[in-house]
Design a protein around this ligand. Structure first.
Ligand code: COA
Length: 532
């Protein structure tokens, strides 16, 4: 029997307190998601509607197949910055005419849909996802172009947006642009570089320079329609392949384009999948409010994999890392999950071996994070913790099977790297509201700074102010704590979203389905030098 047993006491006080801590964090998360949904707020939304236009998410809703899910990505982009939460762009994966597509939609209620530095990061991340997973890209365009006050941050790197569109096309990944309004200057290259362009009567405005700029540059008098209207582009310039009479018609035409793409998935969808034996609702009560208390990741695995069925690999060796094989929504996966927080030499070697096995068998990997990092101390340094950690990081870096990362709890130090943190290109990375990620824990970091400062004062022969030290420690601790939290990290695009633990199986299933649009092929060799 390989069905996981559960020791979770759902009637006990621990479960109740973990659950209420998680629910509190989820309520805070909801409040932030509401800000993203509100876009530019009441005033601009009302004005937009009065113009007879649909909101960004309404356009997406009409575009995707009825009752199909839309996996929104990076909804908290720009959180904690001076820009509106969501970064004036909606991105995500949706099914159009049965084809999983990467959809982006400018939010014209936020500063005219202009792109700020976070919009750019979010758009580039969306392109990366489309490219890695071979998902057709549909751009729903209505944007004031570059956010002019922050142009220095976006103008030069922003060129990558148009480069990406044509590289996607060159790789045989279809690109479709539907222009709902303004798409000027650089923005004109979105329809310009896409395989297919749809424009809307008296709505689309696609020109390199608007009438005032043309007047300035050449003295020529012109108007929006003759410079860049849908009629002109459909009949005269030929930039528009499809002429739509209104927004709904444009979306209908975009759906017809996708229906004719002949875009095929590399791997067929699995026939069926058995749900877990345990209620996913119970995922709320597993992670302790205080991450110093360890938890058994098998309780999580039991609530996300098919039939709670898990074949553990090396269960008696390197027990601080749980590894094993399962299926998730019918897709085979290898899972690496931190059990006791710390990674030792044995865990690192076990991980490296496991990752190689997954590559030999073309099996995607799921990393469930709750690690404080690799073990420090004389015994461990002498035991070769650096070379063993390096072995794991080598395996993660050069592995070619798709990786999915979920930050459940702590994700500190090089442990974040070894468990396929953001810089290691997981196909998708999500965080639970309980997650925390930083170079080390806030208390440890503040303590290290204090020891360094004390030693520095001693070296200079200066007295050390203990009272000031305590104040500074508290300040640093609070700063690092706030910078470790998932909303802050999500705001900086260090993940693809913060998710409700109960949605983990659904979210990973949607990702695995999207991933299997591209061939899943592991590395046969091609790893760096493994230090033994
Ligand atoms: N950068 C920064 N802010 C911008 C912006 C941009 N590119 N485009 C619009 N905004 C701001 C406006 O200043 C306005 O702010 P306010 O309400 O605080 O005064 C808000 O966004 C809404 O703009 P508004 O012009 O009222 O909206 P609209 O829907 O009537 O028109 C545009 C939208 C995009 C057609 C129009 O704003 C425009 O032409 N913008 C400049 C486009 C441009 O030339 N961009 C440079 C391309 S590289």
């Amino acid at each position: 029997m390989t069905v996981l047993a559960s020791a979770l006491d759902t009637g006990g006080p621990d479960y109740a307190s973990h659950r209420s801590a998680m629910l509190e964090k989820l309520a805070a998360l909801d409040a932030e998601h509401t800000k993203a949904l509100a876009g530019g707020g009441e005033k601009y939304t009302t004005r937009h509607r009065a113009r007879g236009k649909l909101l960004a998410r309404e356009r997406i809703e009409l575009l995707v197949d009825p009752d199909s899910p839309f996996l929104e990505l990076s909804p908290l982009a720009a959180w904690g910055s001076d820009y509106t939460v969501g970064a004036s762009l909606v991105t995500g994966i949706g099914v159009v005419e049965g084809v999983e597509c990467l959809i982006t939609a400018n939010d014209p209620t936020v500063r005219g849909g202009a792109s700020n530095p976070w919009t750019l990061k979010k758009a580039l991340r969306a392109n990366e996802i489309a490219y890695a997973n071979r998902l057709p890209v549909i751009s729903l365009v209505e944007s004031g172009g570059a956010d002019l006050p922050s142009q220095k941050e976006i103008f030069i790197p922003g060129g990558a947006l148009f480069r990406d569109l044509t590289r996607l096309s060159a790789a045989g990944i279809p690109t479709v642009a539907v222009v709902f309004g303004n798409s000027t200057a650089g923005g004109a290259y979105v329809p310009g570089m896409s395989d297919h362009a749809v424009m809307i009567r008296e709505r689309s405005k696609v020109f390199l320079g608007g009438p005032p700029l043309v007047k300035m540059a050449t003295g020529e008098e012109s108007d929006d329609e003759s410079l860049g209207g849908a009629e002109m582009h459909a009949r005269t310039s030929g930039l528009a392949d499809h002429y739509a009479v209104d927004e709904a018609d444009a979306i209908r035409q975009a759906r017809r384009i996708v229906a004719r793409l002949n875009h095929r998935k590399a791997h067929p969808d699995p026939a069926s999948a058995e749900p877990p034996k345990y209620d996913p609702e119970e995922l709320l009560g597993i992670v302790p409010g205080d991450l110093k208390t360890p938890f058994d990741p098998r309780e999580v695995i039991a609530r996300i994999v098919d039939g709670s069925d898990f074949d553990e690999f090396k269960p008696l060796y390197g027990t601080s890392l749980t590894t094993g094989w399962a299926r998730l929504h019918g897709y085979p996966v290898g899972i690496l999950a931190n059990a006791q927080g710390v990674l030792f030499s044995a865990e690192s070697q076990k991980a490296a071996q496991f990752i190689q096995l997954a590559n030999q068998r073309d099996i995607p990997l799921v990393f469930l994070h709750n690690t404080t990092g690799y073990m420090v101390g004389k015994e461990y340094e002498q035991g070769g913790i650096i070379k063993h950690g390096a072995m794991m990081i080598n395996a993660v870096s050069n592995s070619k099977v798709p990786h999915l990362s979920v930050l459940m709890g702590a994700s500190y130090g090089a442990g974040h790297y070894g468990m396929c943190g953001r810089a290691y290109d997981p196909r998708f990375l999500f965080a639970w509201p309980s997650a925390k990620s930083a170079v080390m824990g806030p208390q440890q970091l503040a303590g290290v700074l204090s020891i360094v400062a004390r030693a520095s004062a001693a070296a200079k022969g200066q007295p050390y102010d203990d009272e000031a030290d305590a104040g500074l420690r508290a300040l640093v601790e609070a700063q690092i704590e706030s910078e470790s939290l998932p909303m802050f990290l999500s705001g900086r695009l260090y993940d693809d979203g913060v998710i409700d633990p109960r949605d983990t199986r659904t979210v990973l299933g949607l990702c695995l389905s999207a991933i299997h649009t591209a061939p899943v092929e592991g590395a046969r060799g091609g790893f760096g030098v493994f230090r033994m």
